[in-house]
Design a protein around this ligand. Structure first.
Ligand SMILES: Cc1cc2nc3c(=O)[nH]c(=O)nc-3n(C[C@H](O)[C@H](O)[C@H](O)COP(=O)(O)OP(=O)(O)OC[C@H]3O[C@@H](n4cnc5c(N)ncnc54)[C@H](O)[C@@H]3O)c2cc1C
Length: 433
């Protein structure tokens, strides 16, 4: 019997350390330097943050998203999930632990597909936490359907020249390089005709036209760039993986990215439940505490059950990734987790917000931000609807059409079959009556 829901004592000790460290040392960074996570460190921030990173390194918890075979010091996705659910509470924590999206996914594909030169130029500094990267795939006219991408690269001698537009390239404004998905052969199916390039952000022709913000952020000070690639010339060595391999690479990247978001979402949803429970116990109205009202008890019970279901599903999926070492084999569950994630975070944060009354919707509590985050989670790495169709297609693969006119579980036929199987006993039964 191998089912086991316990964490090794040794790793649990580390997680306990992380819990205290994030609360005492990292969460204060969220309050004094909000929104600065992806800005290269100035002197003051470096002084505060480098010693924290050193403490993480000394515990062996730095950049644990990649296993040793890919140049990292990871312990696999299950352990990463247990770590990430703590880090998910804080915007700065992934930076302090060297495992922030989108750099994690970008590091993963360079580790898988990069040449030695690309690894030393891009992967090592990424793993050292010395630079940021951006993934530039979505276009203004197409996101969920990459077969509609139009950004093109054509050869000029041994160089490639890239032209087109990309939208919502997160952190491009502070990234040192971009990973760009472009059409390199329009005459074949997009699944064979697109390639990925590693493009330093300061390459002539890379023009950030706007930094789109999320709701509530000031105009043009956001982190999601609209980029015009205007005759961007890169050498042949900028190609990541083989020509035409972009879809395979994107799947590798997004598989890891999606489950990492889910791990961090557990932390956020748990924080919302914690806030809901504390408020329910602390606030009295109409003759009793909120925690004594059945509506509020329903909120707490539903939230607890949703969180537990989601958490176990994420941990199980992380375990499957470790077990099979092949995202394709776990695609159904990764998509199911991804599709569930926005609803779980939204529902729990919404109930917590309601229990806090007016304070809950104010900018003095983090609850509305979580709900907005849940909406973004329904789009980042592909919309919920697309993931649901993936799940359904994969689930349906295990089923066949019914033979004949009636479903296989049609009771009259099943009853007839059962009667003929047990005919000799039925005869006896009739005889005895
Ligand atoms: C916070 C944030 C960060 C992001 N960061 C990046 C990044 O770093 N790099 C990057 O390249 N992109 C990034 N994106 C973009 C993200 O990948 C896209 O938003 C996503 O793929 C959807 O594309 P779209 O926005 O063009 O929506 P569309 O493709 O236009 O889809 C719009 C809606 O149509 C519906 N829909 C679409 N397809 C289907 C279908 N097949 N079946 C049923 N319904 C469907 C869904 O409701 C969907 O939400 C980011 C997005 C957000 C919100």
């Amino acid at each position: 019997m191998a089912w086991d829901f316990k964490t090794d004592a040794e790793y649990q000790e580390l997680l306990d350390w992380v819990e205290d460290f994030v609360r005492d040392e990292v969460e204060p960074l969220d309050l004094v330097w909000p929104g600065q996570e992806f800005v290269p460190l100035n002197q003051a921030r470096r002084k505060a943050i480098d010693p924290l990173k050193d403490q993480v390194r000394s515990k062996g918890l730095w950049a644990t998203h990649l296993g040793p075979e890919l140049g990292g010091q990871g312990y696999g996705q299950l352990k990463l999930a247990l770590l990430n659910e703590i880090l998910g509470r804080s915007m700065w924590a992934p930076i302090v632990f060297g495992c922030q999206a989108p750099d994690t996914g970008n590091a993963e594909i360079i580790a898988h597909y990069g040449t030695d030169d690309q690894k030393s130029r891009y992967l090592q500094p990424l793993l050292d936490g010395e630079l940021f990267s951006s993934y530039s795939m979505t276009e203004p006219q197409a996101g969920a359907d990459p077969t509609r991408f139009q950004t093109r690269a054509h050869r000029e001698g041994s160089d490639w020249v890239i032209n087109g537009w990309k939208f919502f390239s997160s952190n491009a404004k502070t990234a040192s390089f971009l990973i760009v998905m472009v059409v390199t052969n329009p005459d074949v199916s997009p699944y064979q005709g697109m390639s990925m390039f590693l493009v330093p952000t300061d390459t002539p022709g890379v023009k950030i036209e706007r930094n789109v913000g999320l709701y509530g952020e000031p105009e043009n000070e956001g982190s999601h760039a609209l980029i015009h690639y205007d005759n961007v010339r890169v050498p042949a060595e900028a190609l990541l993986g083989g020509e035409g391999q972009a879809f395979a690479i994107a799947q590798t990247r997004l598989g890891g990215g999606r489950i990492h978001h889910a791990m961090r979402t557990i932390g956020m949803a748990r924080q919302a439940l914690d806030m809901m429970c504390e408020r329910a116990l602390s606030r009295e109205t109409s003759g009793s505490r909120l925690s004594d009202k059945q509506f509020v008890q329903g909120f707490i019970s539903d939230s607890y059950a949703q969180l537990m279901q989601f958490r176990l599903f994420v941990l199980y999926t992380a375990w499957e990734i470790d077990e099979f070492n092949d995202y394709k084999k776990v695609r159904k569950d990764i998509s199911a987790v991804k599709a569930t994630m926005p609803t779980v975070l939204h529902d729990i944060a919404w109930r917590a917000m309601q229990v806090h009354g007016a304070l809950g919707v104010s900018n003095e509590m983090p609850l509305f931000k979580m709900i907005h985050g849940a909406a973004a989670m329904g789009l980042v790495d592909g919309p919920t609807e697309v993931h649901k169709t993936t799940v359904a297609r994969q689930v349906l693969r295990d089923y066949d059409t019914a033979e004949g006119m009636w479903p296989s579980q049609w009771l009259p036929a099943k009853r007839d079959a059962a009667r003929s199987k047990l005919a000799e006993f039925l005869e006896l039964e009739v005889g005895n009556q």
